[in-house]
Design a protein around this ligand. Structure first.
Ligand code: GLU
Length: 315
């Protein structure tokens, strides 16, 4: 029996959605709907310092405005990462009980130094601290992050769009943080715990997260789950690289004022290779012709605002 497809939207409310986020969400929707799958909307408001209520509220509105629907999830509280700490805690404790975690007192500065120095094993000076030294640091009250010890093993993910992605875990990423020194569980642990709990079978997102996939696959298996299929999409870049919410790159707030949803969908489809010319369409109208073979692999330069905001013909 083939497994039912469950895809997801997993935006972080650390800013207004921008063109690159919208393309990833459109591709996640097209991928899932073209496979007859169920879509889950998870609010990734994991980081309390960066998540803002106004961005949270805007995200569901933006998705609906664009015509991207979902079947379960937000605004139900179980689908917001800020409400799922108990699940992360329990995954964390199970790994800790297996002796896989260690406390790390490195500052950002010392992490950079140890990353550039020749590495033995994990590359983290805290990995092999003597028990007494560890105890001394605990007693001093200096907060520590918690890292997971990775094996010296290659892990390969076959990405649905970019093909094989192999990483030697001990070299790249090396031991990585599961709980930050401010007590917030790290993205890598949260995303894996959530994808398992929510029954996600396909992860579609921007290519900037492709390099996280091998460690997420490994962590999923370690926690007794079946890793999802991964399919990454191209990024939209400006002169400085990937568009960023924090830099206020052309956000949905601006785009929604100037364009109709079908115009924006048509522009995203044209930029990503799904349409041969710019024409206004709904996501649903893109479904019959949707194929990953048509989606560009290389990054997409963001058109200048005057070009982006120009009206285009309807079908
Ligand atoms: N919340 C992440 C973001 O908005 C995406 C996480 C994921 O898809 O794994 O960049």
């Amino acid at each position: 029996m083939t497994q039912p497809v469950v895809g997801r939207f997993a935006p972080s409310p650390s800013g207004w959605l921008h063109l690159g986020n919208l393309l990833s969400l459109l591709l996640a929707w097209l991928d899932c709907r073209s496979l007859g799958g169920e879509l889950v909307f998870r609010m990734e408001d994991l980081d309390p310092a960066r998540s803002k209520a106004e961005y949270i509220d805007a995200m569901a509105d933006d998705l609906k405005w664009l015509g991207l629907d979902w079947d379960r999830g937000w605004p139900q509280p179980d689908y917001a990462q800020s409400r799922r700490t108990a699940a992360y805690e329990s995954a964390f404790r199970s790994l800790e009980a297996r002796g896989l975690l260690y406390p790390c007192w490195c500052t950002r500065q010392s992490r950079l130094i140890s990353a550039s120095a020749p590495r033995s094993g994990s590359g983290c000076p805290c990995a092999d601290l003597a028990l007494e030294e560890r105890q001394r640091r605990f007693t001093s009250g200096r907060p520590c992050a918690w890292k997971i010890r990775v094996p010296d093993r290659e892990v390969t993910v076959i990405d649905g769009h970019y093909g094989a992605m192999t990483q030697l875990l001990s070299r790249d990423p090396g031991d990585f943080v599961l709980r930050r020194s401010d007590g917030v569980y790290a993205y890598q642990l949260a995303v894996v715990t959530d994808d398992m709990a929510m029954g996600i079978t396909r992860v579609v997102r921007g290519r900037d997260l492709l390099s996280s996939s091998p460690r997420q696959k490994w962590l999923t298996e370690l926690l007794g789950g079946t890793p999802p299929d991964y399919c990454h999409g191209p990024l939209i870049t400006d002169g400085a690289g990937k568009l960023s919410k924090r830099l206020g790159s052309l956000s949905t707030q601006v785009l929604k004022k100037e364009l109709k949803p079908q115009e924006l969908t048509g522009k995203l489809a044209f930029l990503s290779g799904l349409l041969d010319r710019e024409e206004a369409v709904s996501p649903r109208e893109l479904l019959p012709g949707f194929s990953w073979d048509r989606v560009r692999k290389e990054d997409i330069p963001c058109p200048p605002p005057e070009e982006l905001l120009r009206p285009i013909p309807f079908r």
